[in-house]
Design a protein around this ligand. Structure first.
Ligand code: FAD
Length: 479
């Protein structure tokens, strides 16, 4: 039997037949949130994640209403030895927030955000999104540096580091963490901060979902907005190399207020772009200025003088509008394979590779980018948090995005080749939150965590010795 094109016989059902009706009833009675089973109408929605490439069949999805549900779900998984996936915003491109034949601990109903304007802090539940956080903090003219898509989960973003439009001025999302509350693998609720469970706090700032289920995050906020100067200038394919070279020299001594990305892509068929250039290949420079809008406008003017813009959507706008403006580029359900590499420098060779990879992209939705780092990100010692690539000046990214499953092989091959071609120009590994889909193994983890890897395995051994939380870029416990 098939439903919605997918087979109904799946590992989720097999696991459920191994459990007794009593096991299920006891669990149901203990949990306040909804539990979704394979026979429920909402199952296909509940099992799916943002990336349409990921097609897994959990035995059950627990939509947690609070910390007590999370504790019950962790205990259930341990008792019945079923795989565990933890979901915040569901944006893991690698599909880590779902699983076959296990339990998905889904925190999406836990999306509360409480701002303390006097202390300039905010407490965020583990299922909130970037949009939820921006919406509440902007009431008080505050912001936490987050990602560039409003539906990305704060949890996965922060646990992997968190790069966004304010990063060079205010650091990574994880750099603004003050404390976290976590349900550990043995079902205990612990707080981690600079003064409590310091090892866990260190590991959670970049080490991903390896150490427990984060029920809430407390962040420090900064004064941002309500309006912010933004840049989005597109140039023709012919100008791409020259503009990238200018981007490199500009980045070398740009003010910290500026965080920009350059991306080679095709002009999307969206109403904000002139129809005459839809589908044309070219280079876009986009980002924001975390300071006085007038100063930002002046700064971005420089990019109008480099070459004739094909498209110019720059301007001063409400911070929350800017943060959600690019959501339409990445709708849920498309097939995605994203990967990255930190660069030691943006050499002429690397620039040529960016343009060449962009030209070869088999899908009109795909893009090849380079994000400007440095500033506040690099002022933190690489050993101070698990996030290690502090001194890399740029992050190279490849986003393969396509609709038709028939084109999967071709698109993944293009993205993987683009990454391999770039290795000649860097000695570094990827950003954990953008590190491929099917790739795994210790070599990859070492390239992600470098000198911090060994300590991460030790913290893992302390907090999750049986590796219950392995649906993530998995760090195995030290033996
Ligand atoms: P999920 O899929 O829910 O989870 C991701 C990982 O975190 C999984 O391993 C999961 O088990 C774990 N996890 C989730 N919630 C919890 C929790 N409460 N406790 C413990 N572990 C948990 N990254 C950037 O840095 N900057 C960007 O601008 C950016 N833009 C993006 C835009 C889009 C459209 C997408 C798809 C991704 C983007 N990313 C960006 C990458 C993003 O940061 C990661 O995919 C991140 O993991 C997403 O977090 P999530 O909570 O939505 O994902």
């Amino acid at each position: 039997m098939t439903v919605d094109g997918y087979p109904r016989e799946h590992p989720g059902e097999q696991v459920l037949t191994a459990l007794t009706a009593d096991d299920i009833d006891t669990f149901r009675a203990a949990v306040r949130g909804d539990i979704v089973f394979p026979d429920d109408e909402s199952y296909d929605d509940a099992r799916r994640v943002w990336n349409g490439l990921i097609n897994r069949y959990p035995a059950l999805v627990v939509r947690c209403s609070g910390v007590a549900d999370i504790i019950e779900a962790v205990a259930f998984a341990r008792r019945h030895e079923v795989p565990v996936a933890v979901r915040g915003g569901g944006h893991s491109v690698a599909g880590h927030s779902t699983c076959d034949g296990g339990i998905v601990i889904d925190l999406s109903p836990m999306d509360g955000v409480r701002v303390n304007p006097k202390e300039r802090t905010v407490r965020v539940q583990g299922g909130a999104t970037v949009g939820d956080l921006d919406h509440e903090t902007q009431v008080f003219g505050l912001a936490v540096p987050g990602g560039g898509a409003s539906d990305t989960g704060i949890a996965g973003l922060t646990l992997g580091g968190g790069l966004g439009h304010l990063s060079r001025k205010y650091g990574l999302t994880c750099d603004n963490l003050q404390s976290v509350n976590v349900v550990t693998a043995d079902g205990e609720v612990v707080t981690a901060s600079q003064n409590q469970n310091e090892d866990l706090f260190w590991a959670l700032r970049g080490g991903g979902g390896n150490f427990g289920v984060v029920t809430s995050f407390e962040f420090r906020c900064h004064e941002v907005g309500p309006d912010i100067a933004t840049c989005f200038i597109g140039y023709s394919h012919e100008e791409a190399t020259e503009v990238l070279r200018y981007f490199r020299s500009y980045a070398a001594d740009a003010p910290e207020e500026v965080t920009l990305t350059a991306a080679y892509a095709r002009v999307p068929e969206l109403p904000e772009f002139p129809e005459a250039v839809w589908g044309d290949p070219g280079l876009a420079i986009f980002g924001a200025f975390a300071g006085e809008p007038a100063a930002g406008e002046q700064e971005f003017q420089k990019f109008r003088d480099v070459a004739e813009p094909l498209v110019d959507l720059s301007g001063t706008m409400p911070y929350t509008d800017f943060q959600s403006r690019d959501d339409a580029f990445n709708p849920p359900g498309r097939h995605n394979y994203w990967n990255s590499l930190y660069l030691n420098e943006l050499s002429d060779g690397a620039i040529d590779q960016i343009v060449a990879a962009g030209e070869r992209a088999p899908s009109v939705y795909s893009n090849v980018g380079v994000m400007q780092l440095g500033g506040r990100i690099s002022q933190v010692d690489p050993g101070q948090t698990a996030f290690v690539h502090r001194d890399a000046p740029f992050l190279f990214t490849v986003d393969a995005i396509w609709d038709d499953p028939v084109e999967t092989e071709e698109n993944i091959a293009w993205a993987q080749e683009s990454i391999e071609d770039m290795r000649e120009f860097t000695s570094r590994g990827p950003y954990v939150n953008l590190s491929g889909v099917h790739e795994e193994g210790e070599e990859l983890l070492r390239s992600i965590y470098g000198t911090n890897y060994q300590r991460l395995t030790e913290v893992k051994a302390e907090y999750d010795p049986t590796n219950l939380f392995d649906h993530t870029r998995n760090i195995e416990p030290a033996s």
